[in-house]
Design a protein around this ligand. Structure first.
Ligand code: SAM
Length: 455
């Protein structure tokens, strides 16, 4: 339960919170201190000889050990620009793919769920760049608990948005309550200086007609806005312009010299009573800034949408919106609950580098298939038509697939210096343990579709 924190000294668990958690924290048995979480043992990973390539990395492993390993990797820690995660939602259910193969279990609930996710979020916070961002996708079960946890880790001043998404079409609910068509995305940045490319929606005719009511003699649409702003100023912007003082309690938004220039360019409208207003032209607007209710990015909701068939896969347009808003081409994007690889595929198509992690065999199969063969129209899962596949995004040289080296096999992995000496270190290897080292490792691989040669 969320409890106000009376004062730092009275805390009993030794858990360190961000100083700006607004005095709230979530307490439950088994909550580890941040230092203990940051000391989580790193996993050890080796590349799959069939998929050794460029900078992008796909880990087939539990994400806790991977995140801990990446935290020691100087080429990654502090450099991840964007993390989007869509973990299990604490549904206490198991999920199957469209081909009725077991995909993943979602049986962690209550405090165990919160703590498992919190530990990953602490490591993610450590991996993020100073101008990086986190998007956490959940539903009504855990969003509110995790909002308190995120304030502990990121600080409430770094809370950016609480996005409500329409996830599906309305259903005929038999339950005695409102239909549930929403899920939620919590957006935090690591600091207050963060990558932000404002997303906009295109103007539609009815909106244009309402907002940009005027048309100039060249046929250009514009609206009129005040040239003053609240607050009294003693400098230039508080002085008369064209012999007029700003209205009481206000100041001019621009220096009188700038207002003169705007006037000379015809950007000031003078009312019949001599009051100035600024003309804002539609042609200079990039679009309507996006708000925090997203109705247009439902998951697979008609037969024409392309999917992998993995359960709970998200709409690529949702990911494109997030990736474009909070990263730039060339940046590193991570999804450590990758599922069918929506984040990875979209990041790649937008020119970002990526790290993906999933522990499910079925997820890794879906990702490999998606990267190499594209996705299929939802309707075609029913009638078996494969002619409408989307284009594949990758060749096997675009990413490296890493498997976890199990405890009992660790002695089989040669020491780092032996590997460097023998020259078998992969070209993308770095200094930390989290990066794969040797080629040709043995592992229990995911089931790869029969039409996928697996390299
Ligand atoms: C809701 S699905 C993600 C779906 C994904 N966003 C997509 O578009 O396909 C959650 C995924 O998290 C994975 N997962 C759950 N716990 C994990 C863990 N501890 N380590 C790695 N993967 C995990 C599951 O195997 C599952 O594929």
């Amino acid at each position: 339960m969320a409890v106000p924190v009376p004062g730092k000294k009275k805390r009993t668990t030794g858990v360190q919170d961000h100083p700006d958690n607004q005095g709230f924290r979530l307490d439950y048995p088994g909550k580890k201190s941040e230092n203990v979480v940051l000391a989580t043992p790193a996993g050890l990973y080796e590349p799959d000889s069939a998929y050794v390539g460029g900078e992008n990395r796909l880990y087939h492993a539990d994400n806790l050990g991977v995140l801990a390993a990446l935290a020691h990797d100087e080429s990654i820690a502090g450099k991840v620009k964007l993390v989007y995660i869509d973990p299990p939602f604490a549904t206490d259910a198991a999920f199957e793919s469209r081909k009725q193969r077991h995909a993943y279990d979602d049986h962690l609930v209550g405090p165990a769920f919160v703590e498992a996710l919190r530990e990953r979020l602490i490591l993610i916070h450590h991996l993020l760049a100073e101008d990086g961002s986190l998007y956490l996708h959940l539903d009504e079960r855990m969003t509110f608990n995790m909002r308190v946890i995120l304030a502990e880790i990121f600080g409430e001043k770094n809370f950016r948005s609480f996005i409500t998404r329409r996830k599906c079409n309305p259903k005929n609910y038999t339950r005695k309550t409102y239909g549930n068509v929403a899920d939620y995305i919590l957006y935090y940045s690591k600091t207050d200086t963060y990558v932000w490319n404002r997303p906009v929606e295109p103007w539609d005719d009815s909106r244009v007609a309402k907002e940009y009511q005027y048309v100039d003699d060249q046929g250009r649409r514009y609206k009129k806005v005040p040239v003053h702003a609240p607050g009294v100023r003693n400098g230039e912007t508080g002085k008369p312009w064209h012999g007029k003082m700003p209205p009481p309690g206000k100041h001019w938004q621009f220096l009188p010299s700038t207002l003169d220039e705007m006037d000379a360019r015809g950007e000031i409208y003078w009312s019949p009573t001599g009051n100035p207003r600024r003309k804002i032209y539609l042609e200079n607007s990039a679009g309507v800034p996006l708000q925090n209710i997203w109705m247009d990015v439902r998951d697979a909701h008609n037969q024409n949408i392309h999917i992998t068939g993995y359960p709970t896969e998200k709409n690529p347009e949702l990911l494109a919106r997030i990736i474009e808003a909070s990263s730039n081409p060339g940046d590193l994007v991570m999804d450590c609950y990758a599922g069918s690889g929506t984040t990875l595929a979209v990041a790649s198509s937008l020119g970002r580098h990526w790290i993906g992690v999933d522990r499910s065999d079925e997820a890794i199969s879906a990702i490999l298939h998606r990267l190499r063969h594209g996705t299929e129209r939802m309707g075609d899962f029913v009638n078996g038509n494969t002619k409408t596949k989307s284009l594949p995004l990758f060749s096997i040289s675009d990413f490296t697939l890493y498997h976890e080296v199990k405890e009992e096999d660790r002695s089989l992995v040669p020491a780092m210096d032996e590997l460097s000496a023998s020259g078998v270190l992969t070209s993308c290897s770095g200094s930390g343990r989290g990066r794969g080292r040797v080629s040709g490792g043995k592992h229990q691989g995911p089931e790869v579709d029969s039409d996928d040669p697996g390299g």
